[in-house]
Design a protein. Structure first.
Length: 126
């Protein structure tokens, strides 16, 4: 099976979704972050200190004790689309203290728009 990789319009759509997600982090907007995830028990998010399986665990985390970290800026971003309905983003962020964080997300097109199906965030070891 052949799948077209990096269709420009799809890469642009996913890049905008990625930017919206990260703007919500900067604002500390848990509701907007929750809306970015696929509302499914199959959704997974691994963070620096948490392992969240399913949308319910993710949304509970975002509306509970979660607080945004230090302001950060995208240092590098790779967006790869696979066909018209699946994509991956891989990013390096640098915060104001110079620390690097890595973020990988799998995005899927759902009837309600692009949603994160899997995410992994980890600090780069000093």
């Amino acid at each position: 099976m052949s799948v077209e990789v990096n269709i420009p319009e799809i890469v642009n759509e996913v890049t905008r979704a990625f930017e919206s997600y990260n703007a919500a982090i900067e604002r500390g907007d848990g509701a907007a972050l929750n809306a970015c995830f696929w509302n499914s028990p199959l959704t997974v998010r691994f963070g620096p200190r948490e392992h969240l399986f399913g949308y319910e665990e993710i949304s509970t985390f975002r509306t509970g004790s979660w607080k945004p970290g230090a302001p950060r800026a995208v240092e590098r971003l790779a967006v790869t689309s696979f066909g018209r309905d699946m994509a991956q983003t891989s990013a390096l962020f640098r915060d104001v203290e110079g620390k690097i964080t890595r973020q990988t997300q799998v995005w899927t097109r759902r009837p309600e728009g692009w949603r994160i199906a899997a995410a992994h965030v980890s600090p780069f070891p000093d």
